[in-house]
Design a protein around this ligand. Sequence first.
Ligand code: NAD
Length: 357
Amino acid sequence: MENQEIFSLLATYDHEQIVFCNDNATGLKAIIAIHNTVLGPGLGGTRIWNYKNDAEAIYDVMRLSRGMTYKAAISGLNLGGAKAVIIGDATKIKTEALMRKFGRFVENLNGKYITAEDVNTTTRDMEYVQMETSHVVGLPESMGGGGDPSPVTAYGVYMGMKASAKNVFGSDSLAGKKVAVQGIGKVGGHLLEFLHKEGAELIIADINETVLKHYAETIGAKVVAGDEIYSQAVDIFAPCALGAILNDANIAKLKCAVIAGAANNQLAEEEVHGPLLIQKGITYAPDFLINAGGLINVYQEHIGYNRETAYRKAEHIYDVTLEILKVSADEKIHTQKAAINLAEKRIKDIAKVRATY
Ligand code: NAD
């Protein structure tokens, strides 16, 4: 990657535009990657990360922005894919001036890029960004935004899980089903509540003991230590903590029929681990499809927030998951591939109607 020419990289991932933003006065070094705007303006969060070098930052922002294109496309949203990274240690570089300067750069793109919070950026940071641009979503409810998107994300994951259950077990009821959830954070916590309400038997793991104790006491979830979550004999495994956990070592341990969770980029290598899961007889609900509830929620904010509509759109993840599982079986391709194909098809179809944003 380090020696790859920048335009050949853009061509490889088929990006429209990369914007490098530098400001010596505030110390801002940011990259905005706009992957594809056929469906609408590129929306994606701004991540602050202390990358080892510029090449690593470029690779990350390109990979993440492409992921946003697929997530928006498969969710039926009129949004394109983009992402931004600010380079540096968030605990040291973040100031009001730096965030507002970043907002100026976003404003200069005239709405082609819409930003939101992401890793190491908060709602407070977005308030600073909003002082300089209106092209920002994920604002608190008090400012007319949609607030925390996690409940909608969890609802979408729950819908994807039920559709997968319907496909694999013949019924979408999760009553009595054993579900192992890894990561009981903002999304995992809400997901547990949906599952508990439906009568699922829950097994949980997290690195936060307090959270585990809470759910063991309140809903009777069984707690297992760290990596033991992978080897639980369960119907469904829901990764809701980290990416790239579906690798050779962990897949070898799995004893589940379905994987359906919120974490982004669960497959360590799509073309290796997607097919491997099929070989093991495990049905994988594509992450970017079933965790799109958060994006659906911020899209609503972009067009005029309405919580009910956000939930209704997230409910549609059920039907799309069923469709993807059918295509995967009919065309004998892994589910992630089937989902990417469907997203690409929508972009191709709409490109006949309108060009880029
Ligand atoms: P979060 O930070 O609130 O929760 C993550 C949880 O995972 C925490 O409780 C943390 O302690 C736990 N964890 C970390 N390392 C772990 C490990 N090794 N083993 C077990 N648990 C571990 O994050 P979140 O907002 O709930 O998001 C969860 C995942 O879903 C992330 O991958 C995120 O990118 C993805 N996602 C979230 C949203 C959203 O709306 N919040 C939307 C789409 C995707």
